[in-house]
Design a protein around this ligand. Structure first.
Ligand code: PLP
Length: 404
């Protein structure tokens, strides 16, 4: 409409929409035009939420638990969250040391928004989850991207960390297992990073452990505040039910950290969303305090799919992929396709070109690696049934074989 006078917050206006959602939109519009698309772009398990969790939510509705809860989450859930951090992670946590938010995403955003000022820096190892740098910018601070290539297993090294720290550094964001690479930090690697952090007491750590339970090859999960207890007072350890319990739509995330930080996050949340959805909180309570078979069973399924996917990618000309240790993503190099031309005559100058051509010509949706801060790669989410994955692998192979 002419005569409109838009007024936008300068920081928020700078933010980019999520590349993952952009690909999901492209998929939706291809499907709307009648094309068949296998989507390997979404970051969510393909399983249904476990039945006992769904039943708990229905019971909560019938019991009339349909009102606001305390801003930081209802007491029973916070106790279950504290118990989770104690027993699964070895962190000394009481229920008052926890907060429940509307998804892990809100935990991270609230932590950043509650603490950062203009000029503050946040170290974000790349490849990163798309939302970290955007969130940092949205609250007016500066993301400091540290490139972590295939040579270091896509992981931050102590040396790179030391070089990235400045007097303005407020946070280091660590994500293990990682989205988009599936990389998992070992206890020794976390201890080495902690050694650097002990020399820099002004740097806080945001440990994003959302893929904690999706870890393969019998490896153990470690979180930095447990590896180095002297860091616990300046670490926000964040987690949630989205990935482990196939509950992405329920929007429950939680964290433990120092009280001053949790208080600041609670104040922000109280003026923003109040508390997380009461029904979802009951569902999350059932997930955390109920049987864990679902978590173990789905991990085994994902591990099998990972093996199949990685083997197929490495047997495809133009692609190569290291074996990820966790999550449900394969991060494959597509360097062998760059500079070449697809069967439909599209020049593949970047990994985004590869992702778009794969969608248009092979009917397979992936997300380009440069959206996560490192190209030329493609991220393949293998959270899909076996038959669809087989068809996707074959379509990717055919596409790559026909590239000239
Ligand atoms: N952290 C990472 C690395 C993720 O991949 C996601 C979701 O994709 C989240 C956090 C947020 O999860 P949620 O908000 O669904 O709890």
């Amino acid at each position: 409409m002419s005569g409109e006078r838009p007024f936008l917050n300068v920081h928020q206006a700078k933010a980019q929409p999520s590349a993952t959602y952009r690909m999901m939109d492209r998929v939706a519009s291809r499907r709307a035009s009648g094309a068949t698309v296998i989507s390997l772009s979404a970051g969510e398990p393909d399983f249904d939420t476990p039945a006992h969790v769904r039943e708990a939510a229905i019971a909560a509705i019938h019991a009339g638990h349909t009102r606001y809860t305390q801003v930081a989450g209802m007491r029973a859930l916070r106790e279950a969250v504290a118990e989770k951090f104690r027993t699964e992670n070895g962190l000394e946590v009481g229920w008052q040391d926890t907060i429940v938010c509307s998804g892990g995403k809100q935990v991270i955003y609230n932590a950043l928004a509650a603490t950062l000022n203009e000029g503050d820096e946040v170290i974000v190892p790349a490849p990163y989850w798309v939302s970290y740098p955007e969130m940092v910018q949205m609250v007016g601070a500066t993301p400091v991207i540290v490139s972590c290539g295939a040579a270091s297993g896509f992981k931050l090294t102590p040396r790179a960390l030391r070089e990235a720290i400045t007097p303005r550094t407020r946070w280091l964001i660590l994500n293990s297992p990682s989205n988009p690479t599936g990389a998992v930090y070992t206890r020794e690697e976390l201890a080495a990073l902690a050694g650097v952090l002990l020399d820099h007491p002004h740097v806080h750590v945001l440990a994003d452990d959302i893929y904690e339970h999706l870890i393969f090859d019998g490896a153990a999960f470690h979180t930095i505040a447990a590896v180095e207890p002297r860091l616990q007072a300046r670490t926000l350890t964040m987690n949630g039910v989205s990935k482990a319990y196939a509950m992405t739509g329920w929007r429950i995330g939680f964290a433990t950290g120092p009280r001053w930080l949790l208080d600041a996050m609670e104040k922000l949340q109280g003026q923003q969303t109040s508390a997380a959805c009461s029904i979802s909180q009951y569902a999350a309570l059932a997930a955390l305090s109920g049987p864990k078979d679902f978590v173990h069973d789905t991990r085994a399924v994902f591990e099998r799919r990972r093996d199949r996917m990685v083997a197929s990618l490495n047997a495809t000309p133009g692609l190569s992929c290291a074996t990820p240790g966790g999550a449900f993503y394969a991060f494959a190099s597509c360097e062998g396709l760059i500079g070449r031309t697809s069967a439909a005559g599209v020049k593949l100058d970047s990994d985004e070109d590869v992702a778009v051509a794969l969608l248009n010509e092979a009917g397979v949706a992936v997300v380009h690696g440069s959206a996560f801060g490192l190209g030329p790669f493609i991220r393949i989410a293998y959270a899909l049934d076996d038959a669809s994955l087989e068809r996707a692998c074959e379509a990717i192979r055919r596409f790559c074989v026909s590239v000239r």
